[in-house]
Design a protein around this ligand. Structure first.
Ligand code: SF4
Length: 223
């Protein structure tokens, strides 16, 4: 694999747009609720396999009524389901976030675990969600590999990996540690607007000269 100028790539993504992703936000829509590790954890669970606009609607409704572990744990499951009706799999998510709230209130004294093992012990919290919470809520060095980060990193040729865990592992080698947290917030909006899953907009891309996919498709070199 040809070595990539990772800092230059991230600098250009940073310069491309002031829009940054964060749990519960969508393009042009910022959350109105208080951001703390608990609300950011719940918003990240809500966002699984769901469009950002729908997560924004659901989290606005949910946190206007139940913004603390105690309030959410005591809420009727049907009310939670109704509040988060905009997201996919809302019934299962309602059950899971009520249980998350109970565990955090009863077993962690209202403090969200700040390590990956503690987070992954919670219902519906896998590696991606845990890393998102570590990066966004606790500002720890973590790379949250969602579908955009996985796709874009492989297209550019920063990594060569069939799955998100491998992508995370390889990104941790090539991306300087102080920039780990910014990978997700930069690539999510870039992946929604430019490097889209279908028909990526190569002509609008500020990093095309470094991208293996573009170089291959345009008949130049690449990986
Ligand atoms: S050149 Fe195309 S495939 Fe490569 S990062 Fe840019 S938009 Fe994505």
């Amino acid at each position: 694999m040809i070595e990539k100028p990772v800092d230059e790539i991230l600098d250009r993504l940073e310069a491309r747009s002031p829009q940054r992703a964060s749990p519960g936000s969508a393009i042009g829509l910022e959350p109105s609720w208080r951001r703390d590790p608990f609300t950011m954890l719940i918003a990240t669970v809500l966002s699984q396999r769901t469009r950002d606009e729908c997560t924004w609607i659901a989290s606005e409704k949910l946190f206007s009524e139940y913004g603390t572990p105690r309030a959410l744990m005591n809420a009727p499951e049907e009310s939670i389901t109704a509040a988060i009706g905009a997201v996919n799999f809302h019934k299962g998510k309602a059950r899971a976030i009520k249980e998350i709230a109970r565990i955090i209130h009863e077993e962690h004294h209202d403090a969200v675990p700040s390590d990956i093992e503690g987070l992954m012990a919670l219902p519906m919290v896998g590696r991606k969600t845990a890393n998102c919470v570590l990066a966004y809520a606790f500002e720890k060095d973590a790379i949250c590999v969602d579908t955009h980060v996985h796709r874009i990193s492989n297209r550019i040729g920063l990594v060569r990996s069939a799955g998100p865990d491998g992508t995370e592992e390889q990104l941790k080698v090539v991306v300087p540690r102080p920039r780990w947290r910014s990978v997700n917030e930069l690539m999510v909006r870039f992946g929604q607007e430019i490097c889209t899953p279908l028909r990526p907009k190569h002509d609008l891309c500020p990093i095309q000269e470094f991208c293996d996919t573009f170089l291959q498709e345009s008949g130049r070199t690449g990986r």
